[in-house]
Design a protein around this ligand. Structure first.
Ligand code: NAP
Ligand code: MG
Length: 402
């Protein structure tokens, strides 16, 4: 069989530890035998970030703006321990944070479903995708521990020096206060990313806030979503046969649990933080969560939701066998290749990605899986395999499907 040709390169962002090992295995076993891979390679492994003063991270994000599609391996976000371990000259920022700041996007997380691993919520038959707004609110707050009685005020001073004042509370004794903000521009790009992704996936989109209580702050989110939907998306959604649905956050939680899934749930920053862990756990495993950053300009960066799986990497370094799940990293690759195929009009590439996803799911449904899934699977006959064996088994399934 001739290899599939590509037109435009993918931006390939390599990473760290166990996921870096998996990265190479996926390429060698499941991609390079079938695709004449065109990729512009950026090494975001911590050693090379250190060597380039983190310039490589910025360059990789800039390249994503040039080509439109990137695939990223999990990377270490350095802390004090890592600074020592890798003799770093600086505690480099989180690459994901740097990339997000350049692309200005929204992160969408969706679980990979397999037959024999049942979600804890019985009605969930289709994946639920969480779209989390990644700017502001409590993550950029200012807090104050009120030590004594006194008056707390909200003061806004415009550029001319004119003040607007609101009393927050007249304290009779000690307490606490918090100041949060968000920016119209950020909420607007969040809304557009969500609507574009819904069209892309042909799925309904839900959005929820607490606008009945937060009549200015949360209401602004609701209004911006509605304005953008009315002005730019009504007819596109009608054509695609999908819906935009707004409700209160507590009502949304109740409806999500009763639903059968198959939609995108847009969440404010804090709600998205909490709900994505709830949804991931309820569907089974963090190792089966995919993640894609979609910018308002339509750039895509695919990755796994999990980290570099450090504990397994140290075992690997000791020469011990590992059974690390490569599904989410594989889906990052197929997601990026599929998107490249769609954008460049290469149906064989789209077909390859669909078939590879199916082959990997089928392998697990046939009872061959890594240790993390073997603990969750309800299958009676199951075989636990190591990291590399799993990928070889997926290749076998894929080749049989051709
Ligand atoms: P982690 O890599 O997500 O792993 C936490 C634990 O979850 C693992 O020890 C393992 O449990 C389980 N797990 C996660 N992925 C798995 C997989 N593919 N297969 C099997 N089990 C899996 O989180 P971490 O250990 O807290 O973080 C390690 C590094 O990753 C940190 O340096 C952090 O900065 C980085 N990180 C990067 C990203 C990113 O690039 N997007 C995201 C999060 C964290 P058991 O040990 O019980 O087997
Ligand atoms: Mg969290």
């Amino acid at each position: 069989m001739a290899k599939i040709n590509m037109k435009t390169p993918l931006v390939e962002m390599d990473g760290d530890e166990m996921t870096r090992i998996i990265w190479k295995m996926i390429k060698d076993i499941l991609i390079l035998p079938y695709i004449d891979l065109k990729a512009e390679y950026y090494d975001l492994g911590l050693e090379y970030r250190e060597k380039t003063g983190d310039q490589v991270t910025i360059d990789s994000a800039t390249a994503t703006k040039k080509y439109g599609v990137a695939v990223k391996c999990a990377t270490i976000t350095p802390n004090a321990e890592r600074v020592k371990e890798y003799s770093l000259t600086q505690m480099w920022k989180s690459p994901n944070g740097t990339i997000r700041a350049i692309l200005d996007g929204t992160v969408f997380r969706a679980p990979i479903l397999v037959e024999s691993i049942k979600p804890f919520v019985k009605t969930w038959a289709k994946p639920i995708t969480i779209a989390r707004h990644a700017y502001g609110d409590v993550y950029k707050n200012v807090e104050y521990r009120v030590p004594e009685a006194g008056k707390a005020e909200l003061v806004f001073t415009n550029e001319k020096g004119e003040e607007t004042r609101h009393t927050i509370f007249d304290f009779k004794g000690p307490g606490i206060i918090q100041g949060q903000h968000n920016i119209d521009k950020s909420i607007e790009s969040f809304a557009r990313s969500c609507f574009n992704y819904a069209l892309d996936q042909k799925q309904d989109i839900w959005f929820a806030t607490k606008d009945t209580i937060s009549k200015q702050y949360d209401h602004r989110f609701k209004d911006i979503f509605q304005e953008i939907y009315d002005n730019e998306y009504t007819s596109k959604f009608k054509e695609a046969g999908i819906e935009y649905f707004y409700t209160l956050i507590d009502d949304a939680v109740a409806r999500v649990v009763r639903s059968e899934g198959g939609f995108i749930w847009a969440c404010k920053n804090y709600d998205g933080d909490v709900m994505s862990d709830m949804v991931a756990t309820a569907f089974g495993s963090l190792a089966m969560m995919t993640s894609v950053l979609v910018s308002p300009e339509g750039f895509y960066e695919y990755e796994a939701a999990h980290g570099t799986v450090q504990r397994h990497y140290y075992q690997h370094l000791e020469g011990k066998e590992t059974s690390t799940n490569s599904m989410a990293t594989l889906f990052a690759w197929t997601g990026a290749l599929r998107k490249r195929g769609e954008l460049d009009g290469i149906p064989e590439l789209v077909e390859y990605a669909d078939k590879m996803d199916k082959a990997s799911i089928l392998t697990i449904e046939n009872g061959i899986m890594t240790k993390d899934l073997a603990m969750l699977s309800e299958l009676k006959d199951k075989k636990t395999v190591n990291t590399e064996q799993f990928l070889l088994e997926v290749k076998k399934t894929f080749d049989e499907m051709r």
